[in-house]
Design a protein around this ligand. Structure first.
Ligand code: AMP
Length: 435
């Protein structure tokens, strides 16, 4: 058996070109750059600013922010201790972004902070299609605004990103979780409702009944799902202000032309949500159907130690799942970029000339490939063809002596002899960068 080291199961390498094999993401780095670039440009249109926070965070932030009883904190954290400090590889970015907002007094910048992020997250889950141990999220947080238009704007930017990629067949489910006082009342009602059905509950749900009965609503068990039909609904327990807030969010979503389904049993797995909660899912994804999720989290700042609450709303989305949705719809990614020029050099002197010439052409803004190991003309021509270079310049001792070389325009097959001292101006005018 080979002892060659491999990447950790549930992580993958993003190679220059993608591949369908274990440990490698199906899409290559160019596709990732393309996706990230388009996400950024939509956020820019909506005037969100990028924030980048560390991958390592204090464990306490995640434990207090997300909640001890959640799956993420109780089972899925990659956490370790080193010299009295407890570190966690961030499992999400909402708590870290809120930490940064509070730490750097971003409230003093005035108005709402509309922030977005793109980056890796880590959860010790059982890896399967669409579920990894290192995955990537993009998301947004609107911090400092309680007004329901902020909830609608958050959902609108999320939908705009999926639309931009042609992913339009998804379902948006929404609900309101009410304020901090609504939930205990609802939990009591749920406990009372499930009490006579205890014998029908799975072991997991029985354990949840006591501590956190709202989690039973997430059940995938058929029998339990049928029980939910008669269960009390959170919307009937929420305070009137939250009710009004929810109505306004729905009205703004209608204004924005965003279709949604109200789901009274959508509670989301994290503790910090209040009022609006939403999830975006697609049937194309199979078992891991969630593309994105989010909601309002006015309680988070207090939970991580702030005296005064800070209203905020946001969403988080999985990039790997966005890829899966795009692929499932059969959408193509744009062609990879090609070099402007490939230099083909024969012999040592020409090889050295090409090495220097490539640097000069690159300095004038062209993308240039050059052979680094004195290979045969056939091998160099094959690479030049494969790379899709627009121009190929072939140089040997004769060309060097005559100070002129053939420049071949690959699209037409036309060839022209160009003075080698004038190659840079010739190529930059024929193959301007970025063209
Ligand atoms: P959550 O914070 O769990 O709601 O996650 C937000 C989004 O991130 C989900 O809707 C998924 O698209 C994505 N996501 C969450 N966990 C994973 C994972 N383990 N692997 C891949 N994507 C994930």
């Amino acid at each position: 058996m080979s002892s060659r080291l491999k990447n950790i199961t549930g992580t993958f390498d993003i190679l220059p070109a993608g591949a369908s094999r274990e440990g490698v993401h199906a899409q290559g780095a160019a596709e990732w750059r393309y996706i990230e670039h388009r996400i950024r440009s939509i956020f820019e249109r909506f005037q969100f600013e990028e924030i980048r926070t560390p991958i390592l965070e204090p464990t306490e932030l995640i434990a207090r922010g997300i909640g001890q009883l959640t799956d993420i904190v109780s089972k899925e954290m990659f956490a370790f201790e080193r010299e009295d400090t407890q570190y966690v590889l961030r499992p999400e970015l909402t708590a870290p972004v809120m930490r940064a907002y509070l730490q750097h007094r971003m409230d003093q910048l005035g108005g709402a902070q509309k922030l977005f992020y793109i980056g890796p997250c880590f959860r010790a889950e059982r890896p399967q299609k669409g579920r990894y141990r290192q995955f990537h999220q993009f998301g947004a947080e609107v911090i400092g605004v309680e007004a329901p238009m902020a909830d609608a704007e958050t959902i609108a930017v999320m939908m705009a990103i999926y639309h931009d990629f042609g992913v339009t067949n998804q379902r948006l489910r929404i609900n309101s979780l009410g304020d901090a006082a609504s939930r205990p009342r609802y939990r009591d009602a749920l406990r009372a409702y499930f009490e006579p059905f205890k014998a029908d509950l799975t072991e997991t749900s029985l354990a949840r009944l006591d501590k956190n009965p709202m989690r039973i609503l997430d059940t995938k068990n058929e029998k339990e799902r049928r029980l939910l039909d008669g269960a009390p609904r959170l919307v009937d327990f929420i305070d009137s202000e939250s009710q009004e807030h929810y109505e306004a969010v729905k009205a703004y979503l209608a204004d924005a032309g965003v279709a949604y389904i109200e789901d009274p049993f959508l509670v989301r797995g994290l503790d910090y949500y209040t009022r609006t909660a939403f999830e975006l899912e697609s049937d194309e994804l199979g078992a891991q159907s969630a593309l994105a999720g989010g909601g309002r989290y006015d309680l988070l700042a207090r939970e991580i130690g702030e005296e005064v609450g800070v209203p905020a709303v946001g969403f988080a989305a999985g990039i790997e799942r966005l890829f899966l949705a795009i692929e499932a719809l059969g959408h193509a990614f744009p062609e990879r970029s090609h070099p402007d020029v490939a230099l083909v050099a024969l012999g040592e002197a020409a090889g050295r000339w090409a090495f220097i010439q490539a640097l000069a052409l690159r300095a004038s803004g062209l993308a240039v490939s050059v052979d680094l190991q004195g290979r045969s003309m056939k091998a160099q021509m094959r690479d030049a063809n494969r790379s899709g270079a627009r121009y190929v310049v072939i140089v040997g001792d004769t060309e060097l002596a005559q100070r002129a070389a053939p420049v071949k325009h690959m699209a037409t097959g036309n060839q022209e002899s160009v003075a080698i001292d004038a190659l840079a101006p010739y190529l930059t005018s024929h193959a301007p960068q970025g063209a």
